[in-house]
Design a protein around this ligand. Structure first.
Ligand code: NAP
Length: 356
């Protein structure tokens, strides 16, 4: 990567700070769960990463557990082959699920955090990652051990920052307090699920964290694995994520036929109408713009099985300014799942994003 020939051009991509840190991340980044190194291997991985990079995406997310390490291997290979400059890129990976089932090959023990980080950067073929995430909380390891281990990884230069994923607000607060007490580095962001059909945790549970610690979010499944594109409105198409992973998505597929699933599809159909008539965009672009419009979102991690999806999805950037308070109200009226605000006991209300 030292003889890099390609320089990054951010094009019209906005950049936001990742939480309280100085790291700037593109509003849309690219992930690899189930896709890169999984259902997508070889040259198509390169095509997807290249089209993302050429359209202003310089942040790529993976995890040790994705395709048992093959996602990191494919991503590292492609980045080397494309000749990108390391300092142009923001690479994030995640530890917890491991690549092997051994008793110390998963979780957040000091042993696995240190060995797992070294194995991840070796698979990626890099000297360091920019952000390393704790992919899940580990209640069988003391928080002090977890914080000390991530601090060590940063001190060693194997990662610049650490962050959490799918931790409760309480767990994140504990990590902050332990880091503060020991004068160590605390987490800067949470990688959370946030989309039109999943709002309670990112919009309500974390609301105090945005305010108190300015944590950032790297949002996953903004399209609910594709449901919010409308592609599952009439069943499961042959070439789709749900069809490719019938066991993993067994419950999701079953629910599509039930009352709850039919209600979700009805809402998606209504939102599609709103997208097309009021905004002149697709349902997919509306769903992505809606997450990106939230000021607590640092980056929306896109998932794509084809380069064309990246191009289509990035048109969401043009939709963001069209999401006026009136349109957001119309969306809330259709969704009917806006979390109740945190009680203010007569104090002036919080803004629509849960901020004072
Ligand atoms: N921290 C965590 O626990 C966690 C969990 C999940 C994901 N993540 C990260 O977040 C990233 C994004 O999550 P995700 O992949 O679930 O995101 P998503 O946007 O909800 O789903 C992506 C999938 O939707 C389909 N799709 C995307 N754009 C489309 C379009 N324009 N038209 C039709 N179908 C389209 C594609 O699947 P098909 O074409 O195959 O149908 C694509 O792979 C992951 O790659 C991963 O890096 C993190």
């Amino acid at each position: 990567m030292s003889n890099a020939q390609v320089t990054f051009d951010p094009k019209n991509m906005p950049f936001r700070r990742l939480g309280p840190s100085g790291l700037r991340v593109p509003l849309f980044s690219l992930g690899s769960w189930l896709t890169l190194g999984g259902t997508v291997v070889g040259d198509p991985v390169k095509e997807i990463i290249k089209v993302a990079f050429e359209n202003g995406i310089n942040m790529f997310d993976t995890a040790e557990g994705y395709a048992k390490g093959r996602s990191e291997i494919e991503m590292g290979r492609v980045i080397r082959e494309l000749g990108y400059r390391r300092s142009d890129l923001v690479i994030t990976t995640k530890l917890f699920f491991g690549t092997r089932p051994g008793p110390n090959d998963t979780g957040l023990s000091r042993k696995h955090i240190i060995e797992g980080t070294q194995e991840s950067i070796a698979r990626l073929g890099l000297d360091y990652v920019d952000v390393i995430f704790a992919h899940r909380p580990d209640y069988s390891t003391p928080m002090e051990e977890i914080v000390r281990a991530f601090n060590y990884v940063i001190e060693k230069g194997w990662a610049f920052y650490w962050a959490t994923s799918e931790w409760s607000a309480r767990d994140i607060e504990e990590a902050y307090h332990v880091a503060d007490k020991l004068n160590l580095i605390g987490p800067i962001a949470e990688q959370c699920q946030h989309h039109m059909l999943h709002r309670e945790r990112p919009e309500k549970e974390y609301a105090p964290l945005y305010k108190k610690y300015a944590i950032g979010t790297t949002v996953w499944s903004a399209l609910a694995s594709g449901l919010l594109t409308g592609k599952y409105n009439n069943g499961v198409p042959e070439k789709s994520r749900l069809a490719a992973h019938p066991d993993f998505f067994k419950e999701t597929i079953k629910n599509l036929d039930g009352e709850e699933g039919r209600e979700k599809i009805r809402k998606i159909q209504e939102l599609t109408k709103l997208a097309e008539t009021d905004l002149g965009c697709s349902m997919t672009q509306l769903a992505l713009a809606w997450v990106a419009r939230n000021p607590n979102t640092s980056t929306v991690i896109l998932g794509a099985s084809k380069p064309e999806q990246v191009v289509e999805n990035l048109k969401a950037l043009e939709v963001i300014p069209k999401l006026t308070p009136e349109i957001l109200d119309k969306i809330d009226d259709i969704l009917k799942n806006k979390p109740a605000p945190i009680p203010s006991f007569g104090r002036p209300p919080l803004d629509r994003f849960g901020r004072t």
